[in-house]
Design a protein around this ligand. Structure first.
Ligand code: ATP
Ligand code: MG
Length: 259
């Protein structure tokens, strides 16, 4: 866990811990994100940070107790129970966010579509690096800066991509989770815990990978951060390669059942 008084220079944000609070720089999207987090608190969803205030430069959030799941992943995330925890968390989150109506003037970072009925506000950055684990228990997800309107299944697809992981061997090795059978059973456990068919998740992921790569190209070329950094470090090309890999593996992940 980030130590009291320490500063964490993440890949995008510089974060400070002060006592039981986290201080992060604000952006144009912060009022919208705070409306979202305040809604979650009001409906009793506790596995996300609470908003404690802002001074116009920094936001103050509650600290989630535990450790982020960095590579190689901790045992809870590598277990079937752990991937199930992620699916249950997302089910609870979508149940909690369903009735949230974003403020009319909401500005989300990298927003692609306006909210309309049938869409939710997605977390938008659902990878292990933003999950906080307190032993075997998932304390919640942090880092809501990429929250934006979208289809709920895109959140599940992103979680499957990064946390199963549905990624080539090199990334599997880095995580410490390898092998087609293992990945397939993890995908099934995630989908069962959330309540969605694996085939639909793979379809959504194929689409998501293509949209995310295109967004990095589009916003990155215009010099918008953090996409310019993502483009410069090769993320768009990597996503295209991962998409091609997943297409070639699709049948193996769905087996004879077709999902
Ligand atoms: N609400 C919180 N509760 C507990 N720890 C937090 C919280 N917010 C941030 N942290 C800590 O600060 C680190 C970086 O935070 P954050 O994810 O918000 O920034 P980031 O730039 O996106 O980092 P990264 O690219 O590593 O995800 C986290 O890995 C975590 O250790
Ligand atoms: Mg983060």
């Amino acid at each position: 866990m980030i130590e009291d008084g320490a500063t964490d220079r993440g890949s995008v944000t510089t974060v400070r811990r002060v006592g039981e609070t986290i201080r992060r720089p604000v952006g144009g999207w912060t009022p919208a994100v705070h409306a979202l987090l305040t809604h979650l608190e009001s409906v009793g969803f506790t596995r996300a940070p609470r908003v404690l205030g802002t001074d116009g430069t920094e936001e103050m959030l509650s600290l989630l107790h535990g450790e982020p799941a960095l590579s190689p992943w901790p045992p809870p995330l590598r277990s079937t129970a752990g991937i199930g925890e992620l699916g249950s968390w997302l089910r609870d989150y979508h149940d909690a966010v369903r009735d949230f109506r974003p403020p009319a003037d909401a500005r989300w970072q990298g927003q692609e579509v306006e909210w309309r009925p049938g869409l939710v506000i997605r977390h938008g950055d659902l990878g292990p690096w933003n999950s906080i684990w307190d032993g075997d228990r998932l304390a919640g997800f942090i880092d809501w800066d990429f929250a934006a309107p979208g289809h709920p299944i895109d959140d599940l697809a992103q979680l499957a991509w990064y946390a199963v992981p549905l990624r080539p061997v090199e990334q599997q090795r880095r995580a410490g989770v390898t092998g087609e059978r293992t990945l397939r059973s993890r995908l099934d456990a995630l989908c069962a815990a959330y309540g969605a068919p694996a085939a639909a998740v793979l379809d959504a992921l194929d689409d998501l990978q293509s949209r995310e790569a295109a967004r990095i190209e589009r916003l990155g070329r215009r010099g918008h951060e953090p996409w310019a950094t993502f483009l410069a470090r090769g993320d768009a090309a990597e996503m295209a390669a991962e998409r091609a890999w997943l297409r070639s593996e699709r049948a193996a992940f769905l087996g004879g059942s077709g999902g």
